[in-house]
Design a protein around this ligand. Sequence first.
Ligand code: TIU
Length: 219
Amino acid sequence: MKQIPAQPYPYPLPDRGVALICIDFQRDFVEPGGFGESLGNDVTPLGQTIEPTRRVLDAFRRAGRPVIHTREGHRADLADLYDSKRDRGNPSLKIGEPGPMGRLLVRGEPGHQIVEALAPAPGEPVIDKSGKDAFYGTDLDVILHARGITHLVFTGVTTEVCVQSTMREANDRGYECLLLADCTASYFPDFYRVTLEEITAQGGIVGWVATSGDLIAQL
Ligand code: TIU
């Protein structure tokens, strides 16, 4: 068992059963013209996570360790879209409406795709989800159990929304969760900072936070 320098104390990294989970690195969140921007956000902070995450992804692949990707989005017929989600905040463009990268947050559209630098490799599961939490309404838990995964290393966007929702749920399901600080970002710098503090407070009540360099050094 290796130890990764982390907050609030070193993260135990076993030789097996550790998966990298890449949350919602989609053009709709990361690039201008997508869902994130339609909600009134400046998307630039999210782009800074791509290069460090690519290095982690490469390290997991080289080490032969499992990688799982998630995407937030809806069926083309929007049958899985709750009215509450569609109408919340009266956005400039609603989910399902045509935008610069196709229909907003709809599966199969250009904006729904994961950015090219972090594109899934053949054999890496991709979890499509309609909510923020990647366990809600998906087979993620079954896939993790089938592969004997007990430890999850989190990267993704945005920190306090889909990453935090999924990490909290994973923690309650008994997974040992590590978030990589330089591989996650928010549209709101304060929310990013406070989410990392929340996760590690109270003795790591949701899990651990480390940097990608410290993890890669041990992979
Ligand atoms: N709006 C926002 O910060 N995030 C989302 O809507 N989805 C994800 O975090 N993936």
